[in-house]
Design a protein around this ligand. Structure first.
Ligand code: AVJ
Length: 357
């Protein structure tokens, strides 16, 4: 029997700290849901990341993982159903066939989903593993504890025989918590990888490779480079849901760090940077402002029209992915795409040789 979860803290003071919150009291009773950090550690990390981001020049920025409090997760869920947002429905159309093929190749008994969110994408993969008679366990890994607290019990109820668990963590730093691989398939769907700066993608691949055994798989959903109009429409929807999602990051800063952003004083901006091959989202101050962020020991002074970067969403080509995979311990095995080449699912396999670096 494998250990899928590893608790990285257990001190009494951390437990005492955690029990102050009802949510954490509940999760402390669910041994299948583990946090990588205590609430106190999480707050300190958030403060440090936001502090560094707000100091960045020429463009202050906020890490996009902070979109996803409960309201942010619900807004993103609405985005996935917008007519302009082709990503989710295109991936969903590719997934049944890709899942069948990936399961046939890898033969996985253990599924891990990174960035599982509200937990709806994982079902097709579980179905394919179950149909092949392989399914034993499923681990959901996400930055949002409320999302996992909702999706984990639902998954367990849906599949009574399945060993289910969840990890609250950051996929850039915390994959080690998964422990060693073996008959493992990691799914990283929905173009979530697009939020990782290309310079950090090889490091992400290496850390994924380190929790896979030889022959294990990583299935990655990638949004593809395409014409600017189509890309920009997907991030500037007519109903303004993406704008509301974008402004939500300021509400999260207000709630978690005691900031005094006025979300309504910021305008949503999203454009395609063809050279970088990413969509960039920003928030533009309608007028000059001074924002206090006491929880991050920061103050942000913006002129009228001044901007904050809130997200990059990278767009890929197959050669670009292959270049980033070089010497990471993973190789590209299959590339599943739609007739219009809007989106791709890339099946990567752990190679025999140890990864460099
Ligand atoms: C969840 C990162 C895949 O980049 O398309 C949607 C987030 N931002 N609309 C994306 C998002 C604005 C989304 N990902």
């Amino acid at each position: 029997m494998k250990t899928f979860l590893r608790s990285t803290y257990s001190s009494q003071s951390d437990r005492a700290e955690s029990s102050k919150s009802l949510m954490l009291t509940q999760t402390a009773r669910d041994p299948a849901l583990r946090r990588m950090r205590s609430e106190a550690q999480e707050r300190a990390l958030t403060a440090a990341e936001v502090h560094a981001g707000l100091l960045a020049r020429p463009l202050p920025c906020l890490p996009s993982k902070f979109f996803y409090d409960h309201r942010g997760s619900v807004l993103f869920d609405r985005i996935t159903r917008l007519p302009e947002y082709y990503l989710t429905r295109t991936e969903e159309a590719l997934l049944p066939e890709a899942a069948r093929d990936a399961v046939a190749r890898v033969g996985p008994r253990h599924l891990v989903e990174l960035g599982s969110g509200l937990g709806t994408k994982v079902r097709t993969l579980l179905g394919a593993m179950s149909a092949a008679g392989l399914l034993e366990s499923c681990t959901l890994f996400d930055v949002s504890e409320p999302a996992l607290a909702q999706s984990l019990p639902r998954l367990a109820a849906e599949r009574p025989g399945l060993r289910t668990s969840a990890i609250v963590g950051d996929f850039l730093t915390d994959l080690g918590a998964l422990g060693p691989g073996g008959s493992r398939l990691i799914a990283f769907l929905g173009s979530t990888i697009g939020n990782i700066h290309p310079r950090d993608v090889p490091g992400f691949f290496r850390s994924a490779a380190s929790v896979l055994a030889e022959g294990d798989g990583l299935l990655v959903g990638l949004d593809l480079v395409k014409d600017r109009a189509r890309l920009e429409a997907a991030y500037n929807d007519a109903q303004g849901v993406t704008a509301e999602f974008n402004r939500n990051i300021l509400r999260v800063m207000n709630a978690r760090l005691g900031a005094d952003f006025d979300p309504e004083a910021f305008e949503h901006v999203a454009f395609y940077d063809a050279e970088a091959a990413w969509i960039e989202m920003r928030l533009r101050a309608a007028r000059a402002c001074r924002v206090r962020v006491p929880g991050a020991e920061a103050e942000l002074v913006l002129p009228g029209g001044g901007e904050i970067r809130t997200e990059i969403s990278c767009k890929y080509t197959r050669p670009a992915v292959e270049a980033l995979l070089a010497a990471t311990g993973l190789r590209l095995e299959e590339w599943y795409t739609d007739a219009d080449a809007l989106f791709a699912l890339a099946l990567m396999r752990r190679t025999a040789e140890r990864s460099a670096g």
